[in-house]
Write a protein that binds this ligand. Structure first.
Ligand code: URA
Length: 277
């Protein structure tokens, strides 16, 4: 049998792109197969993270280590454990630590880092997107890429900036190649974003785009129907006003909808000023 010809560089790059590998994370490749055996508690070891001096150093308890040889738990059990874990978080710092240590979502193993939130945890308005993309995965902050720049301009158009809003995503890890998160991944991450909303306790929740709207506002209707209408979101402690609007990435692709998005933003600004008085 004649051996297959070696692939060209461009064929290899196309293969990587199709597999979702679209950025280099270090100068040299790492041969994972040549790595020595990992310790049994590898899966529960918290990854190193930047120390933010402005954050209190509260830490969450480390969940018990599961031996690597055990079969993966059933999806329902992982969702139940996500619910139980998120419920125990008494602050955003603890919730973040718990997420850093949570191994129930496979997206964590392909993402570079956790993308927890940006902005002001005491803000009266909270924006929630779908999932981090490549730029967010590199920086560890939500909405810092092209769509994030547009979100900044949308927020600025109603006189706000990142010091006055809180921004997060339903999914806190980048899906490989920006693929759509699976329903199971969404259900596993849902208790964490729900707890995050409860802890921030904003007066107004803005869901950006269809996935975040359908997940958080429990609707099956599309964004064309849901956007611009006041809905309610039960944080678990109280009911807050919620509005869906277009995702900035969608507005970049379809700028003609910016007009409708401006209407939504004006309604949001008006509600904010009314709830302040
Ligand atoms: N799109 C999202 O939904 N969230 C981000 O953080 C970036 C892009």
């Amino acid at each position: 049998m004649t051996p297959e010809p070696a692939p060209s560089v461009s064929q290899l790059l196309s293969f990587y792109l199709e597999a979702g590998v679209d950025c280099a994370l270090s100068e040299e490749p790492i041969n994972r197969l040549a790595e020595p055996d990992r310790p049994a508690d590898f899966k529960t070891a918290a990854p190193a993270r930047d120390v933010n001096p402005s954050r209190p150093t509260e830490t969450a308890p480390t969940p018990p280590a599961a031996p690597l040889s055990e079969p993966p738990p059933a999806p329902d059990a992982v969702i139940a454990s996500a619910r139980e874990t998120a419920r125990t978080a008494s602050s955003l710092e603890i919730l973040r630590d718990l997420l850093e240590k949570f191994d129930g979502c496979a997206l964590k193993s392909t993402a570079t880092r956790l993308v927890f939130a940006d902005g002001n945890p005491t803000a009266r308005i909270m924006f929630v997107g779908e999932a981090p993309g490549r730029d967010e995965d590199i920086e560890g902050l939500p909405f810092v890429g092209r769509s994030g720049k547009l979100l900044d301009r949308m927020i600025a158009s109603i006189g706000l900036d990142r010091t006055k809003v809180y921004i997060a995503n339903v999914i806190p890890w980048r899906p490989p190649g920006n693929r759509t998160p699976t329903p199971q991944e969404t259900q596993i991450c849902l208790p964490f974003i729900q707890r995050q909303i409860e802890l921030v306790d904003p007066d107004i929740l803005v869901t950006l785009g269809n996935p975040s709207t359908q997940t958080l506002l429990a609707t099956r209707e599309g964004i064309m129907k849901t956007r611009g209408r006041w809905l309610s979101y039960d944080t678990g402690t109280r009911t807050i006003r919620a509005m869906a609007t277009f995702h900035p990435a969608y507005l970049l692709r379809s700028p003609s909808y910016k007009r409708l998005s401006w209407q939504d933003l004006r309604a949001i600004a008006k509600a904010l000023s009314q709830s302040a008085s």
